[in-house]
Design a protein around this ligand. Sequence first.
Ligand SMILES: [Zn+2]
Length: 194
Amino acid sequence: MYHDLPRDASFWSFLRAVDDDLAAETRKKGCSCGGRLHAANYLRKPRGTPAQLPEPLRLRLSFCCDRDGCRKRTTPRSVRFLGRKVYLGAIIILISAMRQGPTPRRVRELSERFSADESTIARWQIFWRQHFPQTHFWKVARAGFVTLGKIVSLPYSLVDAFLRGHPPCQGWMLLLRFLSPITVPGGLQIKVLQ
Ligand SMILES: [Zn+2]
């Protein structure tokens, strides 16, 4: 059954390693002004983690331009953090998907297990149902989904498509990597059709 996150710590270390790669790509490109990027990471306190994550795994990788007069911050894509949300991306996806699955789990059970209250879970449902489908990212990405299967409900259909037939660790990594463009500032921008 894929309706769970891998529990061992190596999964979270593995996601951090993917983030390191994504950050290295960003750093190589440099700042839009032509300046060089310096590390300017910051610690986050994600909630609802299976076990308290050690500090290196809670670090949001980020950069600052080294040029005076610019100093712009550049934050790379991430497979761990979804925007400004205080829960890890994987948890937000998992709980939302569990609510929609063939056997939706009771909200109380979910909120206790991940210490997310009912109103938080309700907000995530609105995010997947109303905001996410309107994003530029999804409007482009869904075209590639024709081959993966029918998108019945988000994010359940995504979890189903990526985790079916893969070992959980790999399936989750592929899904989180797929969604990583929405983890940067502006990545959730809603496309307004003229
Ligand atoms: Zn710059």
